[in-house]
Write a protein of this length. Structure first.
Length: 94
């Protein structure tokens, strides 16, 4: 649940019905920024992050904190010319 204690009641209601905007920040000119998005249960997301760490692909500390998706959903705004690919994979529950 998205907690917005500092907003007035009407502003809280608008925020709860507006999608969460994930900005695409600019990277350094000599590097290409690739964004990895892992969505699922908190346990599943932590498991994938841990697995990528064990594979020496990404340090666990480089991932953002877990963000709860609001009821209104999320909105990802890519730059012109960018593409998107999504991998769906099931994981075995322990």
């Amino acid at each position: 649940m998205l907690c917005l204690p500092f907003l007035a009641s009407s502003a809280r209601q608008r925020a709860a019905t507006s999608p969460l905007l994930l900005a695409n920040t600019q990277s350094q000119p000599e590097r290409e920024r690739l964004l990895h998005l892992v969505m699922g249960s908190p346990e599943g997301v932590r498991s994938v992050i841990h697995t990528l760490h064990k594979l020496q692909y990404a340090e666990q500390a480089t991932w953002s904190q877990v963000i709860t998706i609001p009821e209104s959903g999320i909105l990802i705004t890519p730059e012109q010319g960018e593409v998107f690919s999504l991998l769906r994979r099931d994981r075995q529950l322990s």
